[in-house]
Design a protein around this ligand. Structure first.
Ligand code: ZN
Length: 562
């Protein structure tokens, strides 16, 4: 039996940088197990014939011109188009089609190209872990040459590496959490020397190295590959450079899509592109009013029909409303739809800090919520490393400080939550007081495809449940935010939705914003919860969170078989 470990991200940063950046290795075949989507479609590791091309010098273009023309013809390219693509390369890459997707070859095509024996052009059978266009990259994680970490993780494997062969292990995401199972046998590498500018030189050679002596297991996730790709496309088309999207299935709590930006390779210097922003805590702003409303209704401290008044400022703690002059007389539902700070600060004061914290925790905030539990000998196995807990009140803040409570009630002060928690909070509105622990992995499969371990559904252990009347009222309030409130941009969507907006100032000068939208669809048949956050936005009235939310929801409800 194989021991399953999980690893914190902290360990990873202690060790040296990737070999790939130092000495020129192209991993043709990782030898690792496949990671599948919910229908068994490969998310990584699917073996196929691919054309791996190294940047070619002008001399090579002249010397091998005839043969290169044959390659272009064999893969169905005009020679000029083939040359343009290869000349744009600064490092070894696989050939892609016109849409930028990896091009796969038939075995016959591959063999014909192999017979041409052109240095720098390799038609090889490979898995696609090298493919930068793969979906869900941060969730799946990365595999690197980390001998130090590998030895500390697998001390029983002793000195290993008799040939000085690199030990490659998963260092983030699912690749890290399930590394002991995904690691497998032989992997194939192309190694090469580089010139001063990092360009490969001639003298390439193929190297096969033995890995761990066994056949790798497979991991079946809860993701829907098509949906994941669609979500990422929507994010990119909206020009989102930093943010996250989580799509959750309401009945099971399973994660259908989880996207994070920036992409690896596109991050700024201060950012870690491999951080999965869906798991990182950040200030929620007004989406937290969902917690305040539930606490107010379920404790009976506010009756659904009670009215409040907003004249634009609270009159204490310097708290002002987003609407100058105020919203006037409103019910709790109207104040939620209008996202009125003045009313929600009053409501929070009445509810009190202890209740706010208690309801937040019952909704899965202030703690890690992804599936964790016993897997064989591991008591607290986590499906993903790097999930942050979020915060309601920090240890330094007194829960009876009325100013702090008022700010907490509108999702400011210490409050932080992750996009995953935000989506799961919406799902909880439909679970009759139960809070699910979302899964990203459904089962581990043996190399022969037979199930090895199934992750059973888990729910949070809570002392008290939230009553259904309060949950139902808040679901309705989300609908009202769409029909009459701050989410009215969704009124014209092809599907009827419930939603809540949020804006949180951030940055040292409070000059950028996190723009949130959470909600469910359809209104008549709620099947999906979605949370969107777009970070580091310059304009407070940026509408892209609305746009992304709407497009993701419209895509979900159009999806065949759903
Ligand atoms: Zn107001």
């Amino acid at each position: 039996m194989i021991a399953v470990h999980s690893f914190s991200q902290g360990e990873v940063d202690l060790v040296s940088a990737a070999e790939e950046q130092q000495s020129g290795v192209f991993v043709v075949d990782s030898g690792r197990g496949e990671i599948l989507d919910r229908d068994g479609t490969s998310l990584t590791g699917a073996k196929d014939w691919r054309l791996i091309v190294f940047p070619l010098s002008d001399k090579q273009w002249v010397a091998h011109r005839k043969k290169l023309e044959q390659v272009a013809r064999l893969v169905g390219y005009e020679f000029e188009a083939f040359r343009d693509q290869v000349q744009a390369m600064t490092r070894p890459q696989t050939l892609s089609d016109r849409k930028g997707k990896e091009k796969t070859l038939t075995e016959e095509q591959a063999r014909s190209i192999q017979r041409l024996a052109i240095p720098g052009i390799y038609a090889l059978e490979s898995d696609d872990r090298h493919n930068e266009g793969r979906p869900a990259r941060q969730l799946l994680g990365r595999v690197e040459h980390q001998p130090f970490l590998a030895r500390s993780r697998y001390p029983e494997e002793g000195a290993g590496e008799p040939s000085g062969a690199p030990l490659r292990i998963g260092v983030t995401g699912l690749e890290a959490a399930f590394d002991p199972l995904l690691r497998g046998g032989e992997h194939n590498l192309l190694t090469y020397a580089t010139d001063g500018r990092g360009r490969p030189l001639n003298g390439l050679h193929m190297k096969a190295e033995a890995g761990v002596d066994r056949i790798p297991y497979r991991i079946q996730t809860t993701l829907d590959r098509k949906l994941q790709q669609q979500v990422e496309k929507v994010l990119d088309e909206a020009g989102v450079v930093e943010g996250a999207v989580v799509v959750q299935e309401i009945t099971t709590g399973d994660i259908l899509a989880m996207a994070s930006r920036p992409r690896p390779g596109e991050a700024g210097k201060k950012e870690n592109p491999w951080d999965n922003r869906a798991l990182l805590e950040m200030t929620p702003g007004s989406i937290f009013k969902t917690v305040t409303a539930l606490a107010a209704l379920d404790t009976g401290k506010v009756k659904p029909g009670e009215t409040f008044h907003c004249n634009g400022h609270l009159g204490r703690y310097g708290m002002k409303d987003a609407k100058p002059g105020g919203h006037g007389k409103q019910t709790l539902a109207e104040a939620y739809a209008n996202s009125c700070n003045v009313v929600f600060a009053q409501v929070a004061e009445r509810v009190g800090g202890e209740n706010l914290q208690g309801y937040a925790r019952r909704l899965g905030l202030g703690q890690r919520i992804l599936w964790s539990g016993k897997v064989f000998k591991e008591e607290q196995f986590r499906q993903l490393p790097g999930e942050q807990t979020g915060v309601i009140f920090s240890a330094a803040t007194a829960k009876n400080d009325r100013g702090a409570v008022a700010q907490t009630g509108i999702g400011q002060r210490d409050v932080k939550m992750t996009p995953l928690q935000a989506a799961n909070m919406v799902t909880t509105l439909f679970q009759e007081g139960k809070t699910l622990n979302p899964r990203v992995v459904r089962e581990i499969r043996r190399p022969d495809g037979e199930p090895y371990f199934r992750f059973p559904p888990h729910a949070l252990k809570t002392e008290e449940k939230i009553g259904d009347a309060a949950l139902q009222t808040v679901r309705q309030m989300m609908r009202q935010a769409v029909t009459q409130g701050t989410a009215q941009s969704l009124k014209g969507a092809s599907v009827r939705l419930g939603a809540k907006t949020g804006t949180a100032q951030r940055g040292p000068d409070q000059d950028t914003y996190n723009k949130w939208m959470i909600g469910y669809g359809s209104y008549e048949q709620p099947r999906y919860s979605v949370a969107i956050v777009i970070r580091s936005v310059r304009k407070a009235d940026d509408m892209r969170a609305h746009q992304v939310f709407r497009q993701v929801m419209e895509g979900l409800v159009k999806k065949p078989n759903s």
